[in-house]
Design a protein around this ligand. Sequence first.
Ligand SMILES: CC(C)(COP(=O)(O)OP(=O)(O)OC[C@H]1O[C@@H](n2cnc3c(N)ncnc32)[C@H](O)[C@@H]1OP(=O)(O)O)[C@@H](O)C(=O)NCCC(=O)NCCS
Length: 184
Amino acid sequence: MTQVAIKTPPTRVATLSVECVTALEEDDLQALCEATNAAILDGGGFGWINPPGQQVLERYFRGVLLVPERDLLIGRADGLIAGSAQLVRQPRNNEAQAHGATLMHSFVAPYARGNGLARLMMIKAEEKARALGYKVLNLDVRETQQAAIALFESLAYHRWGEHPAYARVKGKLVRGFFYTKMLK
Ligand SMILES: CC(C)(COP(=O)(O)OP(=O)(O)OC[C@H]1O[C@@H](n2cnc3c(N)ncnc32)[C@H](O)[C@@H]1OP(=O)(O)O)[C@@H](O)C(=O)NCCC(=O)NCCS
């Protein structure tokens, strides 16, 4: 089945919230998968190039909740899940880098963008990382994700490196940028 991205103008939302979850109700899981699907269709930087389908996404997020090294943050716009991010720790053997966590797979569904949800998710992710004792937060992004780059740089993330063949999208290599921030 061919899936088509439906572009809608930004919707104004009244309330935003972000929480770190260890379980998801069925309707929340559905909303998270729909948001993810919409972000992938939009070219969203979530690793997937083609939407894998609802069942795969459901299994994926159920799996994320089981991984001890991952914390799943979800962002809600007017109560509905519209974005997420993952805070990822080093495996236990990596004591030398145990002071750092990586923020991965952050996105907001196209229909909820422009309302400040991604900024709130970043702030909450940093708070969570600090609360867990991390001193450094790392992240990386395709050079084509201009909105995300603007967001990270506005939050004082320092670009320390580039990868010339970071991703391959529709047969084309895309550069990637690596960022870090010392958590005070
Ligand atoms: C990047 C992304 C998460 C931003 O989500 P959002 O909820 O619309 O962002 P916010 O409304 O919180 O805006 C936060 C900041 O992002 C930047 N930003 C957001 N949209 C932008 C745009 N269209 N152009 C340039 N900068 C933009 C701005 O710095 C903005 O701050 P400001 O409002 O003070 O100007 C969203 O566009 C997205 O999911 N993109 C695809 C996935 C992705 O790139 N993920 C990150 C790397 S994995």
